[in-house]
Design a protein around this ligand. Structure first.
Ligand SMILES: *[C@@H]1O[C@H](CO)[C@@H](O)[C@H](O)[C@H]1NC(C)=O
Ligand SMILES: *[C@@H]1O[C@H](CO)[C@@H](O)[C@H](O)[C@H]1NC(C)=O
Ligand SMILES: *[C@@H]1O[C@H](CO)[C@@H](O)[C@H](O)[C@H]1NC(C)=O
Ligand SMILES: *[C@@H]1O[C@H](CO)[C@@H](O)[C@H](O)[C@H]1NC(C)=O
Ligand SMILES: *[C@@H]1O[C@H](CO)[C@@H](O)[C@H](O)[C@H]1NC(C)=O
Ligand SMILES: *[C@@H]1O[C@H](CO)[C@@H](O)[C@H](O)[C@H]1NC(C)=O
Ligand SMILES: *[C@@H]1O[C@H](CO)[C@@H](O)[C@H](O)[C@H]1NC(C)=O
Ligand SMILES: *[C@@H]1O[C@H](CO)[C@@H](O)[C@H](O)[C@H]1NC(C)=O
Ligand SMILES: *[C@@H]1O[C@H](CO)[C@@H](O)[C@H](O)[C@H]1NC(C)=O
Ligand SMILES: *[C@@H]1O[C@H](CO)[C@@H](O)[C@H](O)[C@H]1NC(C)=O
Ligand SMILES: *[C@@H]1O[C@H](CO)[C@@H](O)[C@H](O)[C@H]1NC(C)=O
Length: 820
C-alpha cells in the first residue's frame, strides 16, 4: 500500500500520459505550450501530423509535417532542413517573441519563422487540415502572420502556390532533398520562370535550366510541353496573374485523393498518389521523362547511362567521392581520381606530358568546352597536356575542344545510338597498365602484342560476321533489317513462338545477344511506302506497357516486324494453364490488368494519332521477365484519326472479345477496345475463358454471374479463380468486377475511357455499381445461356433454349452471319 516507489511510478506514468494527451489530438501550439520528444499535433480533420521525424536510417531529427493516414511516413514539409537535432527530448518547438522557434538541447534557436511580429502575447501555431502550418495572432485572427504553404520545401501540396514576385523577379522554389535521408536543399529546384513566360523551369544548382514545362495554355489548361496533362483527372491546375505577382495553384477534383507534387532528389518533378489498396505511392507522371536528361545527375566525372542500374557510374580511373551518398542514389558529389595526375605531383617539372588519355566513345559530350584552333588530333592532345587543369579533349569534325574543369553531364549512349561522340579523358600514366616498370614493359609488350594480334583477329572475324550477318540500317527510331539478317538471327525461322492473327512469330538472337521476336506478316497488301510509313509510326509508340517494335524488314512480299522478346510469353498461357502449373497470384493479375490499361490509355489518348488496338485478348498481352504486362500487336489493325469518325470497313478482332458495335456496323471507337478489355478482365478474375464454364452440367457465361453477384451485393470472392483459394482482397476483386461490367456496357458512351479505368484500378477514382448490360440482362434469370458474342457461339447456338428473347436471337443470328 504505502510503497513510495509504486506511487512515484504511477505518478510518473500519469504525468507522462497527461503530457502526451496535452499535445496529441490538439492542432495548436499556443503561447505556453511546447512540442518535444515524440509529441505531435494533429490537424483537426486528422489528415496531417506535425512533430519530430527521422528520415530513413538517419540519426538526425527534423520538425516536419506528414500524412497521418499514409502508412509509409511521408513528410510534406520540413522546418529545420539544414539544422537537424540529435536529441528530441531536450529540443523544443515553441512560440517565442511572436515566432515559432525550434530550440536545440543548448537552448539555441536553430530554426525560426523569422518574422518581425508586432504582437507576441497571443500568437498561436495551428496545423490545418490542408497540411498548412499557420502562425496567427490569436486563434480567431484570419490573416496569417506566416504559413508553411508559402515556404514549401520539396512538396507542393494542393492549395499551395508557387509564386513569382513580379516586383523583385524573385521566384519561390521547390527544392529537392539531398537524398532520401537528408532533407537539406539538394541541387534541383522548380520555379516559375522569372522572365515571365508563364512556364515552370527546373534548375540545377539554382542556375542552370534543364527542363521547361512550356507556356500555360489557359484554354485547355495544360502546359504546352506536358501534353499528358490532357489525361489528368486528378489535378485542377489554375493560373493567376496581376501586376505584382503570378502563380499557379491546384486543387484535387476528388478531395479524398491523397496526392502530392514533389521535386524529387532524382532531379525530376513527380506527381504521386497514395494507393490504399497496395499501400504505396503510385507515380502519375514525372518530368523530365529520362533520368539522364537531368543535368549533371551523376556529378563531376560521373557518367549517366539511360536504363542502367544504377544510372550512374564513375568514369574509368575515378571512384565515388562519397560511397554513403552514392549508395543512397545521391550522385551529386560525383567522382574523384584514384591517382593524382603527374602534373599535380610535380608542378615544377614538365612531367605532365606523361599523363595519358582514355578514349571513351559514343558519349554525349560534357558542357563548357573550350574550342581550340589546332589542326590535328595530336596537336589537340598536346594542347590539353600543356594545362594541368585540362581534364579532357575531343577532336572531330567540329574541331578541337578541351575541358578545363570537372566533367559534368557526360552521358554514355547505348550502342544503337549513332549521335555519340568520342572524348579523351586525362588520367595519370600509372592508370595504364603497360608502362609502370621496365621488366613489366617487356612482358607487357610481348603479352600485349600477342593480345593485340588476337584482338585484331577476333575483331576482323567479328566485323566480317557482323557485316555478313546483321547490318541493319537505322531508319528513324527503327532498324531496317535485310531478310538474310533475320534468317540468320532466327536460325532460318526454326524456333516458332506462336501464331497470331497476322502471321507466325519466331524467336531470334541478335549479335549483341539481345533476344528478339520476329513476326512474319502474311498477306500485307499495302504498298512499300505506306508500309514503311505505318511501321515507322508504330515504332514511335513507346511505353513500358507496350511491346517495343525494334525494327522491320521489307523486301518485296517479305514483310517482317522485329520486337523485343518477352520471356514469360502471353497471358493466356498463364491464365488458362494446365492444373499442375502454378496459378498467377492475385497481385500479379491486378498489376497485369493495370499495366494493360495503362498501355491502352497510351494508345488511345497519348500518341499523336489515336490507335485503336481492335484485338485485345489474353493472347495479345505479353509478359516480361518481371510479369509486367505489355500489349502486343497494336497499330497493325489500322491507324485511325483522332476524330474517331472513320468506320473500319474490314472486320477485325476475335470473337468473344468483340464489342457489339462491330456487328451492328456503326462507327467503331476506342471504346471497342474498352469492351474487349472488360471481357478480358473477367477472365483474369476467373482464370477461365468466359464461355464454356461448366457448372451442374450446364454452360455458364461468366460475365452474367459476375453482374448478378455485383448488383445483388453477393460474395465476390466466390467469383475468383478457385486455384487462388480466395486469397485476394475483396475490395480489389470487387473493383475489378465492377470495372469489367462497366466496360462491357452495350452503349459505348456508358463505358469508361481507358484513362478512367487506370484511375479506378489505381484507386484514385471510385466506381459505382454498374447497371447490368442489356445483353447480359436478357439471360440473367435464365440459368442456361446462349453465349453472346463468344468464340463458340456458332456451336453453342443449338443449345439455346427457345424461350430466349428476340434480342438474343437477333444477336445470335448476327453472330452467326458474322462467322460465316
Ligand atoms: C497559458 O497561458 C495563459 C495566460 O498566459 C493562461 O490563461 C492559460 O491557462 C495557459 N494555458 C495552459 C494550458 O497552461
Ligand atoms: C513516446 O515515447 C514513450 C517512451 O519513450 C512511449 O512510451 C510512448 O508510447 C510514445 N508515445 C507515442 C505517441 O509514440
Ligand atoms: C545547439 O546549436 C548550437 C549552434 O548550432 C551548437 O553549438 C550546440 O552544440 C547545439 N547543442 C546541442 C545540444 O545540439
Ligand atoms: C532571420 O532573418 C535574418 C535576416 O532577416 C537572418 O539574418 C537570420 O539568419 C534569419 N534566421 C533564421 C533562423 O532563419
Ligand atoms: C473565437 O471564436 C470563438 C467562436 O467562433 C469564440 O467562442 C471565442 O470567444 C473567440 N475568441 C476570441 C479570443 O475572440
Ligand atoms: C523582371 O523581369 C522583366 C522581364 O524579364 C524585366 O522587364 C524587369 O525589368 C525585371 N525586373 C526586375 C526588378 O529585375
Ligand atoms: C553550385 O554553385 C555554387 C555557386 O553558386 C558553387 O559554389 C558550387 O560549387 C556549385 N555546386 C556544384 C555541385 O557545382
Ligand atoms: C478548378 O479550379 C478552379 C479555380 O480554383 C475552380 O473555379 C473550378 O471550379 C475547379 N473545377 C473543378 C471541376 O473542380
Ligand atoms: C500591387 O501592389 C501595390 C503596392 O503594394 C498595391 O497598391 C496594388 O493594389 C497591388 N495590386 C494588386 C492587384 O494586388
Ligand atoms: C554500399 O552498398 C553496398 C551493397 O549494397 C555495401 O556492400 C557497401 O558497404 C555500402 N557502402 C557504404 C559506404 O555504405
Ligand atoms: C587552368 O590553369 C591555367 C594555368 O595553368 C590558368 O590560367 C587557368 O585560369 C586555369 N583554368 C581554370 C578553369 O581553372
Amino acid at each position: 500500500m504505502g510503497n513510495p516507489w509504486l506511487k512515484l511510478t504511477v505518478l510518473l506514468v500519469m504525468w507522462f500520459s497527461l503530457g502526451c494527451q496535452l499535445s496529441l489530438g490538439a492542432d495548436t501550439i499556443s503561447a505556453n505550450q511546447s512540442l518535444s520528444g515524440n509529441q505531435t499535433i494533429v490537424s483537426s480533420g486528422g489528415h496531417f501530423v506535425l512533430g519530430f521525424f527521422t528520415p530513413g536510417k538517419s540519426s538526425n531529427y527534423y520538425i516536419g509535417i506528414w500524412y497521418r493516414k499514409v502508412s509509409e511516413q511521408t513528410p510534406v514539409w520540413v522546418a529545420n532542413r539544414e539544422t537537424p537535432v540529435r536529441d528530441i527530448y531536450s529540443s523544443e518547438l515553441k512560440i517565442s517573441d511572436g515566432n515559432l522557434v525550434l530550440f536545440n538541447g543548448s537552448q539555441i534557436a536553430i530554426w525560426s519563422t523569422n518574422i518581425s511580429s508586432t504582437s507576441s502575447g497571443s500568437v498561436v501555431a495551428v496545423l490545418e487540415d490542408s497540411g498548412n502550418l499557420v502562425l496567427r495572432d490569436g486563434p480567431n485572427s484570419s490573416a496569417p502572420l506566416w504559413q508553411s504553404l508559402d515556404h514549401p520545401t520539396h512538396t507542393w501540396l494542393p492549395g499551395g502556390k508557387l509564386m513569382l514576385n513580379k516586383r523583385t523577379n524573385q521566384s519561390q522554389l521547390l527544392t529537392s532533398w539531398k537524398n532520401s535521408e537528408d532533407p537539406a536543399p539538394g541541387l534541383f529546384s522548380l520555379e516559375l520562370d522569372p522572365s515571365g513566360t508563364n512556364s515552370y523551369i527546373i534548375l540545377w544548382n539554382r542556375t542552370r535550366r534543364y527542363w521547361t514545362s512550356g507556356a500555360w495554355d489557359p484554354q485547355s489548361k495544360i502546359f504546352s510541353l506536358v501534353p499528358e496533362m490532357r489525361l489528368n483527372y486528378i489535378y485542377n491546375f489554375s493560373f493567376y496573374s496581376d501586376e505584382n505577382q503570378s502563380y499557379f495553384t491546384y486543387s484535387l477534383y476528388n478531395p479524398e485523393t491523397i496526392s502530392r507534387f514533389i521535386m524529387d532528389y532524382s532531379g525530376q518533378i513527380k506527381q504521386l498518389s497514395w494507393l490504399e489498396s497496395s499501400q504505396q505511392w503510385n507515380l502519375f507522371w514525372s518530368q523530365p521523362r529520362q533520368q539522364c536528361q537531368v543535368y549533371a545527375f551523376c556529378g563531376a566525372f560521373g557518367s549517366c547511362t539511360e536504363g542502367g542500374l544504377p544510372f550512374c557510374s564513375c568514369l574509368r580511373g575515378f571512384v565515388p567521392k562519397s560511397n554513403v551518398n552514392w549508395n543512397l542514389s545521391d550522385f551529386s558529389d560525383g567522382c574523384e581520381r584514384t591517382t593524382r595526375l603527374q602534373c599535380e605531383e610535380d608542378p615544377g617539372l614538365a612531367t605532365g606530358k606523361t599523363d595519358k588519355f582514355q578514349e571513351s566513345p559514343n558519349v554525349k559530350l560534357p558542357q563548357n568546352a573550350r574550342s581550340m584552333s589546332v589542326g590535328s588530333i595530336s596537336e589537340c592532345e598536346s594542347t590539353c597536356l600543356e594545362y594541368c587543369n585540362c581534364t579532357a579533349y575531343a577532336y572531330d569534325s567540329d574541331g578541337c575542344r578541351i575541358w578545363m574543369t570537372e566533367l559534368l553531364d557526360l552521358q554514355q549512349y547505348s550502342e544503337d545510338t549513332s549521335d555519340g561522340k568520342t572524348i579523351y579523358i586525362r588520367l595519370a600514366a600509372s592508370e595504364f597498365p603497360s608502362s609502370s616498370n621496365n621488366n613489366r614493359i617487356i612482358i607487357g609488350a610481348v603479352a600485349g602484342s600477342v593480345g593485340l594480334i588476337l584482338c585484331l583477329v577476333i575483331f576482323a572475324v567479328f566485323r566480317w560476321r557482323r557485316q555478313r550477318m546483321i547490318n541493319p540500317k537505322v531508319e528513324g527510331s527503327l532498324l531496317a533489317f535485310g531478310y538474310r539478317d533475320l534468317q540468320n538471327a532466327t536460325k532460318n525461322f526454326s524456333e516458332k513462338l506462336g501464331e497470331g492473327g497476322f502471321g507466325f512469330v519466331f524467336k531470334g538472337t541478335l549479335l549483341d545477344s539481345s533476344i528478339i521476336a520476329v513476326k512474319q506478316l502474311k498477306s500485307i497488301s499495302q504498298g512499300e511506302k505506306q508500309f514503311r510509313s505505318e511501321v515507322s509510326t508504330i515504332g514511335m509508340v513507346q511505353h513500358v506497357n507496350l511491346v517495343r517494335l525494334r525494327g522491320f524488314c521489307s523486301e518485296g512480299m517479305r514483310k517482317l516486324l522485329v520486337y523485343d522478346y518477352m520471356p514469360n510469353g502471353s497471358l493466356d498461357a498463364h491464365l488458362f494453364q494446365q492444373e499442375n502449373s502454378e496459378a498467377l497470384a492475385w497481385k500479379t493479375r491486378y498489376q497485369i490488368a493495370l499495366g494493360t490499361a495503362r498501355g491502352l490509355t497510351y494508345l488511345h489518348e497519348k500518341c499523336r494519332d489515336c490507335i485503336i488496338h481492335c484485338d485485345i485478348k489474353p493472347e495479345n498481352i505479353l509478359l516480361d521477365a518481371e510479369f509486367c504486362s505489355k500489349v502486343a500487336d497494336f497499330g497493325l489493325a489500322k491507324l485511325i484519326g483522332r476524330d474517331f469518325s472513320r468506320v473500319l470497313t474490314t472486320m477485325r478482332g476475335t470473337r468473344g472479345y468483340l464489342a457489339p458495335e462491330w456487328i451492328s456496323g456503326v462507327a467503331v471507337t476506342a471504346k471497342a477496345d474498352v469492351y474487349s478489355y472488360g471481357m478480358m478482365l473477367f477472365e483474369i478474375v476467373s482464370g477461365r475463358r468466359n464461355s464454356g464454364q461448366h457448372e451442374d452440367g450446364k454452360v455458364r457465361f461468366f460475365p452474367t454471374s459476375v453482374a448478378r453477384v455485383i448488383t445483388q451485393d453477393g460474395d465476390v470472392l466466390s467469383l475468383l479463380d478457385t486455384q487462388l483459394n480466395g486469397d485476394a482482397p475483396v475490395e480489389e476483386v470487387s473493383r475489378i468486377c465492377k470495372v469489367a461490367c462497366w466496360c462491357i456496357q452495350d452503349d459505348e458512351t456508358q463505358r469508361p475511357s481507358m484513362g478512367q479505368v487506370v484511375q479506378i484500378l489505381e484507386g484514385v477514382l471510385d466506381v459505382n455499381v454498374p447497371p447490368v448490360p442489356r445483353s447480359l440482362n436478357v439471360f440473367a434469370d435464365n440459368s442456361e445461356h446462349i453465349i453472346f458474342f463468344t468464340e463458340s457461339s456458332a456451336s453453342q447456338s443449338s443449345q439455346t433454349r427457345s424461350n430466349t428473347s428476340n434480342v438474343s436471337s437477333q444477336a445470335k443470328s448476327n453472330t452467326s452471319s458474322m462467322s460465316s
